[in-house]
Design a binder for this molecule. Structure first.
Ligand SMILES: C[S@@+](CC[C@H](N)C(=O)[O-])C[C@H]1O[C@@H](n2cnc3c(N)ncnc32)[C@H](O)[C@@H]1O
Length: 383
C-alpha cells in the first residue's frame, strides 16, 4: 500500500511508469473497502474491471452484495457491468492527494433481454442491482468527504454519541485529511476479545483516505488487520517498546491516547512519543476525566499535582510560555510545545518549534507598567 500511496503523488507520467499489473488487485481492494460507505445491491453482482497499462489489459472481478465484497483477477464474459479505465489513472484517483480524474473511464451495463420478453420484473431487478453495484463502486473510486460524526456512527465508534469528540477531531484533523498521515491510536477496543474493537481505527482509515493507521493494545488484535490498518500488541506503559515501535512503523504525524487512561501511563506515553512525533504533528489525549479519579492514579484534592494527567498538562502551559519566564532554562519539551487546545475531557497538543521571540528585553519585568510607562512629572511630584 505504501508503494501505491507514493506513486499516486507527483506527475502522471511517473505514476504510469511505476504502476504494475499486481497493483490492480490492491487498488480495487481499497475501492471495495471504501464501497462499504455506500448503499449496495440487494443481490450479488459481479462487475468486470478492465484496467489498462501501456502494454496490456488486466481483468479483475469485483463482487458486491449483502455481506459480500471481493476482488479477484479474471474475466467474466457475461458480466452485468463493465468498468474500463487506465490503471494509473485509477491509482491516482484512489490514492492521489486530490482524487484525480476519470477521463479514461468507460462504464457499460449489459443490456440483457427486453423486459417484456421473458420475466419483466426479474430482468428489471437484475438491471437495478447491477446499476446499484456500479454506483457503489464508482462512488468509492472518488474521494468522499463524510464528516466524522457520520463515520463514527457508520463504524460504531463511541467518539460520537457516548463521547462528543468528533467535532473537535474534525476541527483539528481537517488539515491532514488529504495527506499521507501515519497515525497511532493507543487502545484498539474490545479488551481481551481478539475479534472485537478497531471501530475507531476503521473510522480513521476512511477519514484519512491516504493514511496508514496503526493501533496498539495490550491484547492481540491481529485478526482485525486489513490493508492500511495494522494492529500491534504491546503496552503504552513500556517506554522502550514505544520508542522501538516508532522506529519500526515510521515517524508519526498523529498519536491518540485512548488506552488505559491511568495518569501514570498517559504521562509516560506522552513523554516518550511526543518527542518522536513529526514537527507539525498532533498528540491527542482522550478521557481526561480519569485525571480526577483516584482509581486511575488521579485525584481531585491537588488539582495541580503533576502526577495526574491534567496536572501534568497544565505544566505544558508554562512550557508554551517558557521564553517569558525569568531564569528558566528551556527543557526539550518546552521547545516543542506549539499549541494547546482543551475541550471537555480531551486535549490536543501541537508539536512545532516553540521559539517565538519573547517580549522585548527593554520592558522591565519587575515594575508596575503604569509606573514606568507614565513616570510622574516633577510638577506632580511636588503636589
Ligand atoms: C476505550 S478502549 C479503546 C477504544 C478505541 N480506541 C475506540 O475508540 O474504539 C481501551 C483499550 O485500551 C486497551 N489498553 C488498556 N491498557 C493498555 C495499555 N497499557 N497499553 C495499550 N492498550 C491498553 C484495552 O485493552 C482496550 O482495548
Amino acid at each position: 500500500m505504501e508503494k501505491l500511496l507514493t506513486i499516486a503523488d507527483g506527475v502522471e507520467e511517473d505514476t504510469r511508469a511505476a504502476v504494475s499489473t499486481e497493483d490492480a488487485v490492491s487498488v480495487l481492494a481499497e475501492v471495495v473497502s471504501r464501497a462499504a460507505l455506500f448503499d449496495g445491491p440487494d443481490s450479488l453482482v459481479t462487475i468486470q474491471f478492465d484496467l489498462g497499462t501501456a502494454d496490456e489489459r488486466l481483468g479483475c472481478l469485483v463482487t458486491l452484495g449483502p455481506g459480500v465484497s471481493t476482488v479477484e483477477p479474471g474475466w467474466l464474459p457475461d458480466a452485468p457491468a463493465t468498468v474500463r479505465q487506465d490503471l494509473s489513472e485509477l491509482v491516482r484517483a484512489v490514492f492521489g492527494p486530490t482524487g484525480g480524474e476519470h477521463a479514461t473511464r468507460e462504464v457499460e451495463l449489459m443490456e440483457g433481454p427486453a423486459p417484456n420478453t421473458i420475466d419483466p420484473s426479474a430482468v428489471l431487478a437484475k438491471r437495478r442491482a447491477a446499476a446499484t453495484a456500479v454506483h457503489q463502486v464508482l462512488k468509492a473510486c472518488s474521494p468522499e468527504r463524510l464528516d466524522l460524526d457520520t463515520l463514527a456512527l457508520r463504524f460504531g465508534s463511541d467518539k460520537w454519541a457516548e463521547h462528543w469528540y468528533t467535532p473537535h477531531y474534525d476541527r483539528h484533523f481537517e488539515q491532514y485529511r488529504n495527506r499521507r498521515v501515519r497515525l497511532l491510536e493507543i487502545g484498539i477496543g474490545g479488551y481481551d476479545a481478539p475479534d472485537q474493537g478497531a471501530e475507531s481505527l476503521r473510522m480513521w482509515k476512511y477519514y484519512f483516505r491516504r493514511g496508514l493507521i496503526n493501533g496498539l493494545d495490550i491484547f492481540d488484535k491481529s485478526s482485525l488487520d486489513e490493508p492500511r490498518l495494522r494492529t500491534i500488541k504491546g503496552s503504552q506503559a513500556d517506554a522502550r517498546f514505544l520508542t522501538e515501535l516508532t522506529g519500526r512503523i515510521g515517524p508519526l504525524d498523529i498519536v491518540i491516547d485512548d488506552g488505559s487512561h491511568l495518569s501514570a501511563d498517559v504521562i509516560l506515553s506522552f513523554q516518550t512519543l511526543f518527542p518522536l512525533l513529526r514537527p507539525g504533528g498532533l498528540y491527542v489525549i482522550e478521557d481526561l476525566q480519569t485525571s480526577y479519579w483516584p482509581g486511575w492514579n488521579g485525584g481531585s484534592t491537588d488539582l495541580d499535582d503533576p502526577g495526574t494527567s491534567l496536572g501534568f498538562l497544565k505544566t505544558l502551559v508554562d512550557s508554551l510560555h517558557h521564553q517569558e519566564q525569568t531564569g528558566r532554562t528551556p527543557s526539550t519539551t518546552d521547545r516543542m510545545i506549539g499549541g494547546l487546545h482543551f475541550y471537555h475531557n480531551i486535549a490536543f497538543i501541537e508539536k512545532s518549534v516553540n521559539a517565538e521571540q519573547a517580549s522585548a528585553a527593554w520592558i522591565p519585568r519587575d515594575l508596575d507598567p503604569m509606573t514606568w510607562m507614565y513616570p510622574a512629572t516633577p510638577e506632580e511630584d511636588t503636589k
